[in-house]
Design a protein around this ligand. Structure first.
Ligand SMILES: Cc1ncc(COP(=O)(O)O)c(C=O)c1O
Length: 352
């Protein structure tokens, strides 16, 4: 099976993990500080805090931005469920809006939702590794006075107008789950440039003047994350190279992913659309290609949340499917994916 995602480690990670075991400093050590410093520098922000998952990164960010009982938070219809669950866990009331042609929050509908619901926070998601329209969203933030929390779980290294994901909003939240562009196994990070928000974030992850969790990571995760971060640019280039091959090959067969002008897409996932999506996914899997649907649900349907009309997301939910684009695919595997998918769609019949 050509897997949808495949973290790959070398002797460097193995040696680092062994040296941590031998040193006995298994948490709160130099690797955690190194990762934090290097990730802040990479994203281009003043502060970075590590936490144990992307979900906790979102939760802590919302609490640090002051979200409490009944505060409204706007999220897009298409994302992983953690984006909306974190809002409920923080005590907030999510409002769901539609996506634009880039699969990210529609800023036009966002403005309608902001006027109607007066949110405290808006969470754009850089879905599949492509940047949301941060220029429009930050403009609305200034105009209407809400905080912006970027869900950058899928967008390590993505950029818009030369600024990285996680440095546009008031706060950025990242995940280092095993499948992500920087994998740690489990892990997350929160980025900000704001001194007072940083202080509040700290109080939520390492005890403070109110009841809080311990959301720390271990040295093992930090070491793996640091070494993977140093390889990120090379791995993102390979993802983009594979995406380029797919886009050239599939342009006449499917609506291919669009890259927002002035953006650097990091192809966490390569997502196509087709009316016969379910049949195609089944055929790909039968042929040994691990195609998957991200996501088979819309966020407001999951938890019965308030929402504006979401016609675009409803259509996409029935049609989207993702094919392997991880950086460890060989050229032969990429060609196999191209040939197999072309054959499945052109012949209109099942290969099995
Ligand atoms: C868009 C998005 N947000 C949040 C998360 C949550 O991250 P985690 O699984 O590390 O809790 C993920 C990934 O799993 C994600 O893809």
């Amino acid at each position: 099976m050509i897997r949808i995602t495949e973290p790959l480690f070398s002797d460097e990670e193995k040696e680092a993990v062994l040296s941590i075991l031998e040193s006995g400093q298994i948490t709160r050590g130099t690797w955690t500080r190194t990762f934090t410093d290097e990730f802040a520098k990479y994203v281009g922000v003043k502060y970075c805090f590590t936490v144990c998952s992307g979900t906790t990164a979102l939760f802590v960010s919302l609490k640090a931005l002051g979200v409490d009982r009944g505060d409204r938070v706007i999220v897009p219809a298409m994302s992983f469920m953690a984006t909306i669950d974190a809002v409920y866990l923080a005590g907030g009331e999510p409002i769901v809006v539609d996506v634009d042609e880039f699969y990210t929050m529609d800023p036009n509908q966002l403005e309608d939702a902001v006027r109607r619901y007066r949110p405290k926070v808006v969470i754009p998601v850089h879905l599949y590794g492509g940047m949301a329209d941060m220029e429009a969203i930050m403009y609305l933030s200034e105009r209407y006075g809400f905080y912006v929390l970027e869900d950058a779980a899928q967008a390590h290294g993505a950029e818009l107008k030369g600024k990285k994901a996680g440095s546009w909003g008031h706060v950025g939240a990242f995940s280092f789950y095993a499948s992500k562009n920087v994998p740690m196994g489990e892990g997350g990070a929160i980025t900000t440039n704001d001194d007072s928000i940083a202080k509040k974030i700290r109080s939520w992850i390492d005890f403070g003047d109110h009841p809080a969790f311990n959301f720390r990571i271990t040295e093992f995760q930090a070491a793996i994350g640091t070494i993977q971060l140093r390889k990120l640019d090379a791995k993102n280039s390979r993802r983009r190279e594979i995406a380029g091959v797919y886009t050239d090959a599939f342009r006449d067969l499917f609506p291919v992913p669009k890259e927002r002008e002035g953006s650097f897409h990091v192809y966490h996932l390569y997502t196509l659309r087709h009316a016969e999506r379910d049949r195609i996914v089944k055929d790909l899997r039968n042929a040994g290609i691990d195609a998957r649907v991200y996501y088979p649900y819309l966020l407001h349907e999951l938890r019965g949340s308030d929402h504006l009309p979401t016609p675009r997301a409803e259509a996409l939910r029935r049609e989207v499917f993702s094919i392997p684009v991880h950086p460890h695919l060989t050229d032969e595997e990429v060609s196999f994916v191209v040939e197999t998918l072309t054959q499945i769609v052109s012949s209109g019949k099942i290969i099995s």
